[in-house]
Design a protein around this ligand. Structure first.
Ligand code: NGO
Length: 519
């Protein structure tokens, strides 16, 4: 075939492709919505479009502002957000709370797109926020760019009705092994919120560092915060900075859960205060990556005063219902000391008005009725928790630990629980993974990023993406609607979005990345 014939046939193929109507049901929305129904035509966002919100609620206004902040940098439209009391007019986006749609629950939404308007309704602001994430994904990928883009901003008409399978959809960031700046935590929150994840668990203390200011115990950060793995300079969040993170997260419908790990994983605290050690001698600061060698002195009164002070200060600046008490790998604590210790710590946390979460080992102890177990390693422990009536957060290391390497040659990460390729991370169902732990026992899922080998934002992104959208889908979409072969195509179609958001993701060979054949 001559070159010109080739060119003409290529142009014909292109023409046919562009003549196909945009279909809402063909968009690569992640997590997959509950229902999508197509309608004729499309909505076009223009410089005249306005985001109207119904009523005077500052929370709905905030969702409107958030949407505008996502649409304006790339389109340069300068879209404004206004309270709406007048009738709907063409060209605009409407956000409103319509309580009473029981099926949608607290976080669900309905998005009706027509040629004239986009109408987003929900029972609660968190539902509107989730609907906004779907809306973002319907625009061309370069809508996500932080700099002006050319293009027509068209989205296909139809209706999305959507609500989550699980209420708890989390990511954990270990800021103890390596410390991450407030800006990195915020960016991670932004990226997870884009996929409708709603919990950020901060692992704030470990052997290698204490990362949160405690006013009554200032040496925790003055001494315990100064280093990190490999002896590099550490850091910590002041309470003001923590409050700033909490606020930033709340504006994105994300709850912060602070963790203070104990009685093991406490070398940084033990090095800061000799009195927390049974022998009254402070150990050296630790900059290695071994686990299981440290313990608070469980027989001293001062230990419990310390714990009460720490959790009281944290409870006062944490609006969410949970405080995480760690409890994992306390190999240096005798079991006869560990068991009553966990009971006492649960009582202390209860006295602050908060609810306890602990790693699965805490189920060896007697649990308070509302204590939550986070399954990571031992199914047996999690089952013990369930037998005591506890709800479970599913973070099976072999599936959900995003510090696990993708494969043997991944430069970052660990592999003690195996390699977690993108399909391995996606292909499991929390409700059938562990015998005796069913849907009714599960609060949700969480993907922890431990940071022994992770030192900066690029590395966070590389380990978290592209696995995170998969965890988001496990948490949000029904098991019956999930299928790797179908999902991987949708994920591949997010390549341009990742690029526009400047996410440094791992380009797994298992995923048909959009545009990769052209490279
Ligand atoms: C374990 C351990 C952490 C490690 C992590 C590394 C739990 C709950 N405790 O998970 O201290 O950082 O593995 O993957």
């Amino acid at each position: 075939m001559s070159k010109s014939i080739l060119l003409v046939s290529f142009m014909v193929v292109q023409l046919i492709a562009s003549a196909q109507p945009l279909l809402l049901s063909k968009q690569s929305i992640i997590p997959k919505p509950v229902s999508v129904v197509d309608a004729k035509g499309s909505f076009n966002l223009t410089e005249k479009s306005i985001i109207y919100y119904e009523g005077e609620s500052p929370e709905i206004q905030q969702v409107g502002n958030y949407l505008a902040s996502k649409l304006n940098p790339s389109t340069r439209f300068g879209i404004v957000v206004r309270s709406n009391s007048v009738a709907q007019t063409p060209g605009n986006i409407y956000l409103s709370l319509k309580p009473g749609d029981a099926q949608l629950g607290d976080e669900g939404y309905q998005l009706v797109i027509s040629k004239e308007t986009v109408i987003l309704t929900a029972n609660k602001p968190s539902g509107l926020f989730n609907g906004v994430q779907t809306l973002r994904q319907l625009f061309p990928a370069n809508i996500e760019s932080a700099v002006p883009q050319e293009g027509s901003w068209e989205i296909p008409a139809g209706t999305v009705r959507d609500f989550p399978e699980y209420a708890f959809r989390g990511v954990m960031l270990d800021v103890a092994r390596h410390f991450f700046q407030v800006s990195d935590v915020k960016r991670t929150i932004d990226l997870m919120a884009a996929y409708k994840m709603n919990v950020m668990h901060l692992h704030l203390s470990d052997d290698q560092g204490w990362r949160i200011e405690i006013k009554k115990w200032p040496k925790l950060t003055a001494i315990g915060g100064i280093t990190q793995v490999d002896g590099e300079k550490g850091g910590f969040y002041t309470q003001d900075q923590y409050v700033e993170i909490v606020k930033y997260a709340a504006e994105r419908q994300v709850m912060i859960i602070p963790e203070i790990d104990m009685p093991g994983h406490t070398n940084a605290a033990l090095a800061s205060y000799p009195e927390l050690n049974c022998n009254d001698r402070a150990p050296e600061l630790y900059t290695g990556t071994k686990v299981g060698f440290s313990t608070l002195c469980t027989s001293k009164e001062i230990t419990y005063q310390f714990i009460k002070d720490v959790f009281s200060e944290l409870a006062a600046i944490t609006p969410g219902p949970y405080l995480h008490i760690g409890g994992d790998e306390s190999h240096a604590t005798k079991i006869e000391d560990y068991l009553p210790f966990e009971v006492k710590v649960q009582e202390i946390v209860a006295s602050t008005g908060k609810q306890v979460i602990g790693w699965d080992e805490i189920a060896l102890s007697t649990m308070k009725p509302n204590t939550v177990v986070q399954f990571w390693a031992k199914a047996e422990n999690a089952q013990k928790g369930v037998k005591q009536g506890a709800k479970v957060i599913m973070s099976p290391a072999a599936k959900a630990y995003v510090d696990m390497q993708y494969h043997a040659k991944t430069k970052l990460g660990l592999h003690w629980a195996g390699y977690v390729e993108v399909d391995t991370g996606y292909n499991w169902d929390p409700a059938t993974l562990v015998p005796g732990i069913g849907r009714e026992n599960i609060l949700g899922i969480e993907a922890p990023l431990w940071s022994e080998t992770i030192t900066n934002m690029d590395e966070i992104e590389y380990m978290v993406f592209p696995r995170l959208p998969g965890y988001a889908e496990i948490g949000w979409s029904t098991p019956a609607s999930r299928n790797w072969n179908e999902y991987k195509v949708r994920l591949g179609n997010h390549a341009d979005r990742f690029k526009a958001m400047q996410i440094d993701y791992y380009p797994s060979k298992l995923v048909p990345w959009l545009g990769s054949s052209k490279k």
